[in-house]
Design a binder for this molecule. Structure first.
Ligand code: ASP
Length: 330
């Protein structure tokens, strides 16, 4: 009997793609069992695998319903004795799905999300090595309490910090603000330091599908499109310039929106925080925060959108949402 048990959920993505004779392009087609069959080295690990062929979708077509179902299935796997879990999926949305899974998982068992940058028909396809590394990571006691992590290219990244930073490179995943948590060397996990404490926001959902907009500030924008988007949203994240700055013409639109819905001030850079007390001009971080916007701190716009979506789905008030961002965004 194996010492550790790991659940595997395959969702599709490049890692599971083969050539579609109808179009000549690659599409997600491989089952979870087919993915694992390409990694004979898994048989040498002291790990029992519980395999779930969950979805066969490109990363771009995963939705909140898929993630709700996956969170429930992961919780069930952990209830029934799995020591960790691996999720294989398209790399396009890994930085988002991993963070959402992390927010919802208060347990100690690691959830390891992986994928591939080169599909199985290409020389040097990285899927098998990534699956092998992900299973080792999911079974590793060193990752107990790590929440959701992303493993690609033998690096381990915290869900909260990881970004897809290149469109094709097998080394596409980075954690710009912190670097990786650790790596895999000769089949073992090595952490570069102690795991940081993490905040989770598990709890019942109201089932309400909140619509949260993410709007990026850009040079010369007069705010017309921002105003239209704000009208259609239950919550809004503004991905601002630099440390949290927007064109002056955005100020009234954002202030009005913040009287109706939570409006979160995040940065568009993806590395470094939104500040709170340095600049004082109209459209600066001080100005916007004084008008009721909620500071995303170190969370990038994509992750701030997911946290806001999650909290709205739990029926949280704007004051509660601001408090939660205060905890998570330090
Ligand atoms: N477009 C692909 C996807 O996310 C990319 C990948 O998996 O690497 O499904």
């Amino acid at each position: 009997m194996a010492t550790r048990t790991v659940a595997i959920f395959s969702l599709g993505g490049t890692i599971a793609m083969t050539t579609d004779p109808a179009t000549g392009g690659v599409v997600p087609a491989l089952s979870a069992h087919e993915l694992l069959a390409a990694v004979p080295a898994l048989r040498d690990l002291d790990v029992e695998l519980r395999v779930h062929d969950f979805r066969r979708l490109p990363g771009a077509s995963l939705g909140f319903d898929d993630l709700d179902a996956l969170s429930d299935a992961l919780a069930e796997a952990f209830r029934t004795g799995c020591d960790g879990a691996v999720v294989t999926q398209g790399t396009d949305t890994i930085e988002e799905t991993a963070y959402l899974l992390d927010l919802r998982h208060p347990g100690e068992q690691p959830i390891v999300v992986t994928g591939a940058m080169r599909n199985p028909t290409l020389p040097g396809a990285d899927g098998p090595a990534n699956v092998h590394a992900a299973v080792i990571a999911a079974a590793a006691p060193e990752l107990t309490g790590a929440g959701a992590v992303v493993v690609l290219g033998d690096e381990i990244h915290a869900a909260r910090h990881v970004r897809k930073s290149h469109s094709t490179s097998p080394a596409a995943f980075t954690s710009p603000a912190t670097g990786p948590l650790g790596g895999l060397y000769e089949g073992r996990v090595h952490l570069h330091g102690p795991l940081a404490p993490r905040t989770t926001f598990a709890g019942p959902s109201t089932g309400r599908a909140a619509r949260v907009g993410l709007y990026t500030a850009t040079l010369g924008d007069d705010g017309t499109l921002l105003a239209a988007m704000a009208e259609a949203c239950d919550g809004l994240v503004i991905a601002a310039f630099g440390v949290g700055h927007v064109p002056e013409g955005f100020v009234g639109i954002l202030e009005r929106a913040a009287t109706r819905i939570p409006v979160v001030l995040a940065g568009r850079i993806g590395n470094g925080p939104v500040l709170q007390g340095t600049y004082g001009f109209p459209g600066s971080e001080r100005d916007l925060l004084s008008r009721g916007l909620i500071r995303a701190g170190h969370l990038d716009g994509y992750k701030a959108r997911l946290l806001l979506h999650h909290l709205l789905g739990q029926g949280r008030s704007t004051a509660e949402i601001a408090a939660s961002f205060g905890t998570e965004a330090h």
